[in-house]
Design a protein around this ligand. Structure first.
Ligand code: UDP
Ligand code: MG
Length: 323
């Protein structure tokens, strides 16, 4: 049978949980009624170290309806790790898992189409936003330039796809093989392969509460995406070095010609400019290399990506989860 799990990372989401759970319950019940998913399908909220009542609410939801389950992480591990915790937990008991945000920005109605594509044989169904009308111009511009940049650097990401997707069990098992600590899921999932499909949806505004991705976090996530998918920036440094080398030869020849024709270039301006320019470029280059060295350092430590404090689930599921 087709046991579906919806995995939802939650960090301080008490304002949206009542509405999200209500709409998900309706959606799951409809899908069950239509016979598309099995009756023991579940919604799993992953509490990512929330400081508000999120976990209490998840517990209450489970008490009211066994449709809802919960995973409680020992502290805030970040969106990607929380999502991974949910997916890796679900993979042993489900036939397919959908990941989505708690804030209702992902369109719950797109789930129907995702499930249909899964039933037709797709292993990964990407939710792709059809337009970015709800984003500010700044966000739209930076996001689109970023996708272009990442793809130009040779990584394969799905354009305008965030983390709203369905994955079959075998795709989840594939994902579990990737042991990287620096997680950028939307870059790894395409590497898993299998049959993929796309479902378009309109991204809504956050239902309530505030974004948990302030600009600073978003920037480091962006750097993460590039450095975990591509080593081209390092090669670009080599290219830059070669380019500067040729420029310096040209300048050298020019200066020698001036010197032998009696027009020696005087003053310290040129010297100072070149010293600072080269110094700056060297530091940028070191920074880029440092970014990768830091990644290697963290990867070799092989620290756990998440630590689970407790589960709330049906007895059989809990037994499997704890295994
Ligand atoms: N989230 C999380 N841990 C974090 C930050 C965010 O689990 O440290 C969850 C959050 O609860 C939400 C999803 O990740 O369900 C996406 O976060 P948000 O909506 O704040 O990001 P945005 O849509 O603004 O990029
Ligand atoms: Mg959001």
């Amino acid at each position: 049978m087709n046991r579906l799990f919806c995995v939802i990372p939650c960090y301080n989401e008490q304002e949206v949980l009542p509405e999200t759970s209500k709409r998900l319950q309706e959606k799951m019940e409809t899908l069950i009624r239509k016979g598309k998913i099995s009756e023991d399908s579940r919604v799993v909220f992953v509490n990512d170290g929330s400081k508000d009542n999120t976990w209490k609410m998840i517990q209450r939801l489970h008490e009211e309806n066994p449709l809802f389950q919960g995973i409680n992480l020992s502290k805030n591990m970040g969106h990607q790790n929380a999502l991974l915790a949910g997916l890796l937990t679900a993979k042993d008991v489900c036939d397919a898992a959908i990941s989505m945000d708690a804030d209702l920005q992902d369109d719950i109605n797109a789930i129907d189409e995702m499930v249909d594509k899964f039933l037709e044989g797709a292993d990964v169904v990407y939710g792709v936003r059809s337009k970015r009308a709800t984003d500010t111009f700044f966000k739209r511009f930076t996001a689109e330039s970023y996708y272009k940049l990442v793809n130009a650097l040779g990584a394969k990401t799905v354009y305008n796809h965030a983390d709203f997707r369905l994955m079959s069990r075998r795709a989840l098992l594939g994902l579990a093989e990737f042991g990287e600590v620096n997680l950028f899921l939307r870059g790894i999932v395409p590497m898993v392969g299998y049959n993929t499909e796309i479902v378009y949806y309109e991204r809504a505004e956050r239902f309530a509460g505030e974004s948990k991705y302030p600009l600073k976090k978003m920037l480091s996530f962006a750097v993460e995406g590039i450095t975990s998918l591509s080593t081209k920036p390092i090669k670009m440094i080599t290219g830059l070095g070669i380019f500067i080398f040729f420029v310096s030869i040209a300048v050298l020849i020019y200066s020698l010609v001036r010197y032998f024709t009696g027009h020696t270039i005087t003053g310290w301006t040129t010297t100072v400019i070149s010293v600072w320019a080269i110094g700056g470029l060297m530091m940028i280059s070191l920074g880029v290399i440092g970014e990768y060295v830091g990644k290697i350092y963290l990867e070799t430590k092989n620290r756990p990506r998440f630590i689970i404090e407790s589960y709330i689930a049906d007895e059989q599921d809990e037994a499997v989860f704890k295994d």
